[in-house]
Design a protein around this ligand. Structure first.
Ligand code: AOF
Ligand code: ZN
Length: 376
């Protein structure tokens, strides 16, 4: 006989298969159990498509009447892109519902559970509640604050450098760590860099998953993130890779009206014709990251991976928009007083004012380690 937690753990596993495809919806998994056997499973596979419960209930190989239903998120009770999950749960005469974490969408938030209870279904909530909530940290943050969940990522040597004094940085970390970064690009909706990175590297910022990562996470094809460039004075070259591919992969360039010269309108037109969305901020001399995040949130971008350089990392920390940090660390020492470090800017003056991380985790990728944590 399996425990409630075992079934919920299975539901969590299923939910994760939606990673990268459900944004701005949550990842949700569902398991239907009758007489101690799993009779069906489902997950929310893609944004706009059926929810986990409906997928599981429509795939049952036997009558689910009287069965237990395990779902990682509170069943919804609203008509969105799909009909309410509570309806099909009641219609299929499910006996008991076990919920992981509650939905914080105001259209649902507690009402889903109440509707099931009112229909005479026994409901228990909070099964692996913390894990279920963490699985959807992006969804909860976006839903509760109206801002994208921002993740700062960098790779550095053990002596804290992101490149040598010469600027050479190919590569700091090994292949496995760099492959994991592409998984992050799949997971998060947007990717943000400063114009310095574009001018120096002319990057694509797309998602190129290795077969190893695809197999490990059961991903068919990686999803490219929306590419966002912070470019106050609109210096991006018209023939940059990002611009040339903007019709295939959404690309946003944020600049400041105050910093534009007389040729700017012409350039904006060229960029827009190439498929770039140009955001012009007024009344600032440097892109206001908080304001930019509000604009992105309104465009349904629920999460942003900030991939450097040092300047944008400093600005993001100063703006207080960073929620999570991934630091990949290579067992290498390169030294050099002038070699760049992950976070630039003026820096914090006293240790007591440092940006603090909590819930730190350590993983290894090949020879490298990755430390992640949440900004307090
Ligand atoms: C569930 N099961 O698998 C998911 C839920 O526009 P819609 O119809 O897709 O609804 C989106 C909202 O539904 C989303 O904000 C969240 O509150 C809930 N997501 N609920 O019962 C699921 N993905
Ligand atoms: Zn639903």
């Amino acid at each position: 006989m399996q425990k409630k937690e075992d079934y919920m753990r299975r539901a969590l596993e299923l939910a994760k298969r939606g990673e990268g495809y459900t944004s701005p919806n949550p990842m949700v998994g569902c398991v239907v159990v009758k007489d101690g056997r799993i009779i069906s499973e489902g997950w929310h596979e893609r944004y706009g498509e059926f929810h986990a419960e409906r997928n599981a209930l429509l795939r049952c190989k036997e009558d689910p009447a009287g069965a237990d239903l395990y779902v990682t998120l509170e069943p919804c009770c609203h008509y969105g892109k799909t009909p309410p999950c509570t309806e099909i749960i009641i219609e299929k005469k499910i006996g008991r519902v076990f919920v992981g974490s509650m939905d914080s969408n105001p259209l649902v938030a507690g009402k889903g559970v109440q509707i099931l209870k009112d229909a005479g279904i026994a409901v228990e909530t909070g099964i692996l509640g913390e894990e279920c909530r963490r699985l959807n940290e992006v969804f909860y943050h976006y839903m509760e604050t109206g801002m994208p969940f921002c993740v700062m990522k960098y790779a550095m040597t053990l002596d804290g450098k992101i490149a040598c004094v010469t600027g050479d940085s190919k590569w700091v970390t090994g292949e496995a760590a760099r492959e994991h970064v592409h998984f992050l690009r799949h997971r998060y909706k947007g990717i943000l860099v400063g114009i310095g990175t574009v001018l120096a590297d002319d990057p694509m910022l797309n998602c190129r998953l290795s077969d190893t990562v695809r197999k490990e996470h059961q991903i068919e094809k990686g999803v490219d993130p929306v590419r966002i460039v912070c470019d106050s004075s609109l210096r991006i070259p018209e023939d940059a890779q990002l611009v040339k591919t903007a019709k295939e992969i959404p690309t946003i360039v944020a600049c400041c009206k105050n910093r534009l010269d007389e040729d700017a309108q012409k350039k904006i037109k060229v960029l827009e014709e190439a498929g770039v969305e140009v955001l012009v901020q007024t009344d600032v001399d440097q892109v206001d990251l908080k304001r930019l995040m509000q604009t992105l949130a309104a465009e349904k971008i629920d999460s942003v991976l900030i991939e450097g350089g040092a300047g944008i990392h400093a600005s993001a920390l100063e703006a207080g928009i960073v929620n999570k940090v991934y630091a990949y660390i290579a067992g290498k020492l390169v030294g050099g007083k002038a070699a760049p470090t992950p976070v630039g800017g003026a820096g914090i003056q006293v240790m007591a004012d440092a940006v603090m991380l909590q819930d730190m985790a350590v993983e290894t990728f090949g020879e490298d380690i990755c430390i992640s944590g949440y900004v307090k």
